[in-house]
Design a protein around this ligand. Structure first.
Ligand code: NAD
Length: 472
């Protein structure tokens, strides 16, 4: 038992190690304890700040994304600016309803009284961002954190250094600088932060790194939300609209050079329509690339370039388009590989680049068995004109989320939770799901002093026990 003779509220945590990051955290804890981040107007001002940051500074954001990732301005708008502004605006509009306490009906024996759930800030949340959508995937978790009334430390990815520096400059301009702090740095900085202990850490990145984050969070019992990766399959049935399927798969694969966590990783297609689907995908890729192969698509760095060219060198499948890459410019042409060996490297790891393997299967059941035999993916895509067949596949294949007759779009629907399952992640965010994920659900039971049933107090007579047994 602990005794608190002073009657003062206990400190949220025991004092941690000293150092500049510890000082940052200590100051945030003070701000959090002051109650300043709890009122709705504060939260709404932060959400409006995030919307304004991305819309007013679109030019600078697009320029830093071009520098870090070679991203085009339209892709910067779609992937990082519109997506972030949409998430912040949705939270701002619905926050009032989300924060309302939720009354529950009490069982008879607990009457008179009332019960409810109230959502409370967790405290100080650590947001660890990836490089591939370095604005959206750093600020959308921050939307959830401030909507829930938390202070936050934001650690953008060092692999997108221009964007990391820009966020470090802009976030204090648009948000409460005493409640939201950007810390730039690499893996070592993230480890140093995690060692301090947070009230929650929301990490977006690779599955392997996710397990390191979880291990680093364990000593301080920091709860984690892990938004990880995986091989998201596309299943195309023989009755699918093949033209639409090909365009949408090609579009999803080309986005950010395939360096998207919910990119269609590989395709399983029924044998009868495999040739036509492949032809249409190849044609769609050519059309989207303006009719000529031109420059390849930018790959973020040498490590990823070598990994991807390694997949091409090792493939036992047939390369029907692309297949070439330029180390000097770190670019790769969009590549379609038909029927690679299911055990070769391109089918073993998440591709995260502009390579699309297409494997034929004899029927839908074989496709289901194929996916089920592998780690649970972040997303599942099904193309079929038969809604019942599509539903059967969605029901049979475990995945973080699923889209029928499109790819990746579920991530732009703030009404849907976004997250993985098993090795593709734990916990979810977006919209009210993010608000709830970064809030504490406090259960409250409020009783009246009277009536004061003597039955409940010891010593218990046989008669009192008999009544209590019937009541509870
Ligand atoms: P990553 O795992 O390399 O890095 C992400 C973040 O973790 C960075 O901020 C980095 O500094 C930090 N980090 C890296 N190693 C660390 C370590 N040992 N200890 C502590 N922190 C560490 O991920 P990435 O390369 O930036 O992103 C690519 C991966 O992320 C892909 O697998 C992709 O599928 C996944 N991803 C998932 C989502 C999602 O929403 N589920 C979104 C985007 C990317």
């Amino acid at each position: 038992m602990t005794v608190n003779p002073t009657g003062a509220p206990p400190a949220p945590r025991a004092p941690g190690p000293a150092g500049p990051l510890a000082d940052v955290l200590a100051r945030l804890r003070e701000v959090q304890a002051s109650g300043r981040t709890r009122p709705l107007p504060w939260r709404q001002a932060q959400l409006r700040g995030i919307e304004r940051l991305v819309t007013e500074r679109e030019g600078e954001i697009a320029a830093s994304l071009a520098r870090d990732l070679g991203r085009s301005a339209p892709e910067a708008w779609l992937g990082d600016i519109a997506s972030t502004a949409g998430e912040a605006a949705f939270a701002r509009k619905h926050l009032h309803r989300w924060t309302k306490r939720q009354k529950v009906r009490l069982p008879l024996m607990h009457l008179p009284g009332s019960g409810w759930v109230q959502y409370e800030p967790l405290g100080v949340v650590l947001v660890i961002g990836p490089w591939n959508y370095p604005v959206y995937l750093t600020l959308a978790p921050l939307v959830a954190a401030v909507a829930a009334g938390n202070c936050a430390v934001v650690k953008p990815s060092e692999v997108a250094p221009a964007t990391s520096a820009l966020l470090a400059r802009l976030i204090p301009e648009y948000l409460d600088r005493e409640a939201v702090v950007v810390v730039e740095g690499d893996a070592a900085t993230t480890q140093e932060l995690l060692a301090l202990g947070f009230d929650h850490a929301l990490f977006t990145g690779g599955t392997e790194t996710g397990s390191k984050i979880m291990a680093a969070a364990a000593p301080t019992l920091t709860p984690v939300t892990l938004e990880l990766g995986g091989k998201s399959p596309v299943i195309v049935t023989r009755d699918a609209d093949l033209g639409v399927a090909a365009r949408r798969i090609a579009m999803g694969k080309l986005l950010n050079s395939g360096q998207t966590c919910i990119s269609p990783d590989y395709v399983l297609v029924e044998r009868a329509v495999r040739a036509e689907l492949v032809d249409r995908i190849v044609a769609a890729v050519a059309r989207f690339r303006g009719g000529s192969p031109g420059e390849g698509l930018p790959i973020v760095n040498e490590r990823h370039f070598d990994r991807l060219t390694g997949y091409l060198e090792a493939t036992l499948g047939t390369v029907v388009t692309g297949g070439s890459a330029n180390r000097a410019s770190s670019t790769m042409h969009p590549t379609v590989i038909v029927n690679p060996d299911p055990n070769e490297p391109v089918m073993s790891a998440e591709i995260f680049g502009p390579i699309l393997p297409v494997l034929e299967v004899s029927d839908v059941d074989e496709a289901i068995r194929f996916v089920r035999a592998r780690p649970k993916p972040l997303a599942l895509y099904v193309f079929s004109e038969s809604l019942s067949r599509a539903r059967r596949i969605v029901d049979a294949v475990p995945a973080g989320g699923a889209v029928v007759n499109h790819v990746a779009m579920h991530c732009l629907v703030p009404q849907l939770p976004f997250g993985g399952v098993g090795p593709s992640g734990m916990g979810a965010y977006h919209g009210k799901w993010g608000f709830q994920q970064l809030s504490h659900r406090k259960a409250v039971l409020s009783k009246t002093a009277r009536p004061d049933l003597k039955l409940l107090y010891p010593p218990y007579t046989r008669r009192a026990l008999a009544v209590l047994r019937r009541l509870f």
